[in-house]
Design a protein around this ligand. Sequence first.
Ligand code: C5P
Length: 234
Amino acid sequence: ALPYDLAGLRVLISAGGTREPLDPVRFLGNHSSGKQGYALGRAAAQRGAEVTIVAGTVSAAGDPAGVDIVGVGSAEQMATEMTKRAADADVVIMAAAVADFRPVSMADAKIKKGDQGPAPIELTTNPDILRGLVEARTEGRIAASTVIVGFAAETGDETGGVLDHGRAKFKRKGCDLLVVNAVGNGKAFGTEDNTGWLLSSGGEETALPPGSKTLMASRILDEIRTLVPDETEN
Ligand code: C5P
C-alpha cells in the first residue's frame, strides 16, 4: 500500500509538451508524452495530495482520478497558468517539456506555399518557467516554504556525461530538486522506463536505477516529502 504522507499538500505539476503556433493551423511541438508528469500526479493524489496538472500536449498519459487538469497550448500559456497557481501550492513540479523557442509572431492566416519556396521561420526565446518560479520565490511572490522541482533530460557528449550536465543545470535553475533523466537511444521520451539521478540542494545525489515512470514518481515524491517543511499546515 502507498503511504498517505502527502495528505493536505497542494501539488502543482506541469506535464507534456508545448505547441508554439506558427499560423492558425500549424505549430512547432515536441514528442513529450506527459507520462512522467501524469504518473507523479496520480501517485501524489493516491498519497493524499490535492493535485493540479497543467497539461500541454500529452499522449496515452491516462486520466488520473481525482486530479484537476488545466489544458494549455503554448509555453507562454503554461507560464501564465503555472505562475498564477504556484502561489497556492506547497510543491511545484516542472515536468513539462517546454519549447525553448517560439515563432516571433503567429500569422493571421494560413501561410501559403508561394513561388519562392519555404519562408524562413524566425524564432524568439520563451520564458524559462522554472527559473521564473524560483525568482518569484526569491522575491516573495511565492512562499519561501514552497518546494520547487525541475527535470532535466540529458545525453552524454564530448563535454561531459549526463550527471555533469545535470549538475550544471541544477546550479543554473536554482530549484530544490532536479530529476536528471538519461535520454537518447530511445530512453525516456514516450517510453515506459526512466533512469537517472536525483540532485537535491543539500548536495545529495541519488542514482535512480532504471524503472517504470510509476516507480520513478514514487521515488521522486519520497524525496520531495523530505523537503517539505513539517510546519506546513493546510
Ligand atoms: O533548460 P532545460 O529545458 O533543459 O530545463 C528543463 C527544466 O526546465 C524542466 O523542469 C522544464 O520543465 C523547465 N523549463 C521551463 N521553461 C522553459 C524550459 C524549460 O520551465 N522555457
